[in-house]
Design a protein around this ligand. Structure first.
Ligand code: PGA
Length: 260
């Protein structure tokens, strides 16, 4: 199937790698790969401590830096917190909000909403993660998706809504060992469901501008199926994003599909 859309890959490094030296090495390999695959935009989200150093060596529009989380606060006596302004001033352009690992550690819908507002206030593009923990036979998981979207975006202005990227990441598909967590057809159904709901909430013109990514065991092996049938704008990638050899295969497979 012909696919002319530019694909966005967001790499979530989570708490990896262990040292700044390794982070720089991995990032420099990724940069070489990105420069050879000019049709894909890549955002790497390393741990906070590596953001500025990697930003200083990115120097290409196709490779930018993001963060994995941000505080709900602006500043002050908040030990261990990192604000949106700090992240922005370190060179990041995007920030992941509401990742299931953060939700499991206590981020409620209300906190996710505050983080979205903080990101927008500091000119960071929020990548809002949504996704059900399990799929039941009665389709109740669809109500979970709806309420996650509605609550996370409550009070966001129409103009800001168009900046937001939604990453559909079913929790059961993250960190899967066989890299075949969801099929392109299943993903397509969810893509249509999310788009329809966004349309219902915000109308045609706004919903058509909100990008939708998929995350959860994306790999070089399943990416063709997910692109050909899934209709998404890109992917949120965990493990593969800090393994240069798999990342190279991922981007090569994406660009091969786009040439067809
Ligand atoms: P995974 O992680 O690609 O390793 O499954 C995805 C994520 O948690 O964002």
């Amino acid at each position: 199937m012909k696919n002319k859309k530019r694909i966005l890959i967001v790499g979530n490094w989570k708490m990896n790698p262990n040292t700044l030296i390794s982070a720089k090495e991995i990032f420099s390999s990724i940069k070489k790969i990105v420069l050879k695959n000019k049709k894909t935009d890549v955002v790497i989200c390393p741990p906070f401590t590596f953001i500025n150093s990697l930003f200083n060596s990115s120097k290409t529009a196709a490779l930018t830096i993001g963060a994995q989380d941000l505080s709900v606060y602006d500043s002050g006596a908040r030990t261990g917190e990192v604000s949106g302004m700090m992240i922005k001033s370190s060179g990041a352009e995007m920030v992941i909000v509401g990742h299931s690992e953060k939700r499991a550690a206590g981020d409620t819908d209300e906190i996710v909403n505050k983080k979205i507002q903080q990101a927008l206030k500091n000119n960071l593009v929020p990548i809002l993660c949504i996704g059900e923990s399990i799929r039941d036979d009665h389709g109740e998981y669809l109500a979970v998706i709806k309420s996650q979207i509605k609550n996370a975006l409550a009070g966001v202005s129409k103009k800001s809504l168009t900046q937001i990227i939604i990453a559909y990441e079913p929790v059961w598909a993250i960190g899967n060992t066989n890299f075949s967590a969801i099929t392109g057809h299943e993903l397509h159904q969810m893509y249509l469901f999310i788009k329809k709901y966004l349309k219902e909430l915000y109308g045609d013109s706004i919903s058509s501008l909100i990008k939708i990514l998929y995350g959860g065991s994306v790999s070089p092996d399943n990416v063709s199926d997910l692109i050909n049938f899934g209709e998404v704008n890109g992917f949120l990638v965990g493990r593969v994003s800090y393994d240069p050899s798999s990342f190279k295969d991922l981007l090569t497979n994406i660009s091969d599909i786009k040439k067809k």
